[in-house]
Design a protein around this ligand. Structure first.
Ligand SMILES: Cc1cc2nc3c(=O)[nH]c(=O)nc-3n(C[C@H](O)[C@H](O)[C@H](O)COP(=O)(O)O)c2cc1C
Length: 373
């Protein structure tokens, strides 16, 4: 009860004051400051525990084992917010059940020139054109090598955004380099191969079943027992999804993250106009596409693969919808930016009460219930 009032008060403060202030400033500057502050708060036990008191929420009904990993709750931070892994100590205290760092690439990359992040306020979306800015796999792996994580951490691997990796062979070598670096160093609980970044030099070459097969064959030359996920494009046709499922089966992929950013400018959910013709869109612009892919994958594979629902989750009802369509886990970024960091606790609390209301003893029982017929 007290925690509920606490979250309402923080939410009110965020929406009416902090967000107003943040939204007057350059979005990338705000993001960098938040990451810096998160790194500081995570840096010592006092500020970590204080953050836990302000944001924490726990409930057994949300705990589950997925792909051999124990998750205290299903809400994870999606790849792209914590690119260089500054936040692994603080995010569990903000209430996240897990996070995905990266995307990390074979070589350090400065990303595309600024500006490369815009707010589409009316559409409740972000236009993202970062271009895989990150410190590169060797620097990030060295930093994390001796770190003990207190919640599950996934490592998102992508291809360096450079003309040097635009050719397929070189692109594959780059993916394998980053995957092998993290795998050999035994960092993280699972891996994601991000084949769907809309902002990299050379586009998304590995989103056809044939090329995806070649990439996965190379990835599988690296010995690893950790779960492996694929980050899917939002607008992939279901015919192609069928082909991707076959390849994923062949290479013992654990699951799919549905989805990455949306690219289609004719999406009727878009309410803003006049924004640059680059990048991909997050948030409410991608929600229906994400839900449709979650539903399709679950219907086609019925629990054979783990499905992670990602796109447009702003509240507990949004998350619950994805779970009932077939997602075992959820990821988000944009909902937190538009609603505030207390939204993680609010979503978890809301999920727990919806699960109880609907007679489930554990979250795992609700996965796919609206999609069984
Ligand atoms: C600022 C930003 C950067 C992102 N960078 C990446 C990335 O590096 N790798 C990736 O797989 N997805 C990236 N994404 C996509 C998100 O992981 C996620 O798929 C998408 O934003 C939909 O979720 P949301 O609506 O909750 O934001 C990024 C998204 C945002 C907003």
């Amino acid at each position: 009860m007290i925690a509920k009032i606490r979250d309402k008060a923080i939410g009110f403060l965020y929406r009416n004051f902090l967000k107003e202030l943040f939204f007057l400033q350059d979005p990338e500057d705000v993001h960098d400051r938040m990451t810096g502050m998160g790194g500081f708060l995570g840096g010592n036990i006092i500020t970590r525990n204080m953050t836990g008191v302000v944001f924490g929420y726990k409930n057994k009904i949300l705990e589950q084992d997925v792909a051999g990993i124990h998750f205290k709750n299903p809400i994870g931070l999606a790849a792209g917010f914590d690119k260089d892994a500054h936040l692994t100590s603080i995010l569990p205290k903000v209430g996240f059940g897990y996070e995905e760092i990266g995307s990390v690439t074979g070589e350090k990359c400065l990303g595309n020139p600024r500006p490369r992040l815009w707010r589409l306020k009316k559409s409740k979306s972000l236009l993202v054109y970062y271009g895989l800015k990150n410190d590169g796999c060797e620097v990030i792996a060295r930093k994390l090598q001796h770190k003990k994580f207190i919640f599950p951490v996934g490592v998102s691997i992508a291809k360096t955004n450079s003309p040097d990796t635009a050719n397929d062979e070189k692109g594959i070598i780059d993916y394998v380099k980053a995957y092998k670096t993290f795998s050999d160093a035994n960092i993280g609980d699972y891996f994601t191969i991000n084949i769907s970044c809309p902002n990299a030099y050379g586009g998304e070459p590995f989103t056809t079943p044939e090329k995806f097969d070649r990439l996965m064959a190379a990835i599988r030359t690296v010995k690893s027992v950790k779960p492996l996920f694929i980050k899917m494009p939002a607008e992939m046709s279901f015919d192609i999804v069928d082909g991707m499922i076959e390849v994923a089966r062949k290479h013992r992929v654990t699951g799919f993250i549905s989805t990455n950013l949306a690219k289609d400018r004719n999406n009727e959910v878009i309410k803003d106009s006049g924004f640059p013709e680059v990048g991909g869109m997050s948030g409410k612009v991608v929600e229906d596409l994400s839900n449709a892919q979650v539903a399709y994958l679950y219907k086609r594979t019925r629990g054979e693969f783990v499905i992670v629902g990602c796109g447009g989750v702003f509240n507990a009802a949004d998350a619950y919808k994805k779970i009932r369509l077939g997602a075992s886990l959820i990821q988000l970024i944009t909902g937190m930016i538009f609603c505030g960091p207390q939204v993680i606790g609010e979503i978890n609390r809301g999920l727990a009460s919806m699960l109880k209301r609907d007679g489930f003893a554990n979250i795992s029982e609700a996965v796919g219930v609206d999609n069984k017929a």
